[in-house]
Design a binder for this molecule. Sequence first.
Ligand SMILES: [Fe+2]
Ligand SMILES: [Fe+2]
Length: 137
Amino acid sequence: MSLIQWNDTLSVGIEEIDKQHIKLIGLINQLNDAIQSGHDQEALAGVLDELVAYTMYHFGTEERLMELYAYTELAPHIERHEQFLIDITTFIERYQERSSPQLAKDLITFLSDWLSNHILRTDKELASFLTQHGYED
Ligand SMILES: [Fe+2]
Ligand SMILES: [Fe+2]
């Protein structure tokens, strides 16, 4: 199972976005800890709720910047965010129906892979557009 950890290669060069990505990675790690430490369902549900809420907040930050700077790739980027929210909600519903250690591991792998791929490609493209169009921290 791959677990995402923050490192400089994940930096998009915009402080506000980086800070939020660091927080998201922290929540994925917290979720992993909750899964590892004997399946405390209440703690796990709490972290999952926080993760979804913070993800929505973070997507909102990026999407506001896209609109403000008339980002050319706005539509496909927002579509990726929306698809992620659908996928994660489906995962959580499946988990609530029948929790299993394998499903929990699959969830961590999905979250880690999705977030690192999304940051490295989609968010980096957005960040370089923003800095090229006058965004300053
Ligand atoms: Fe992001
Ligand atoms: Fe994004």
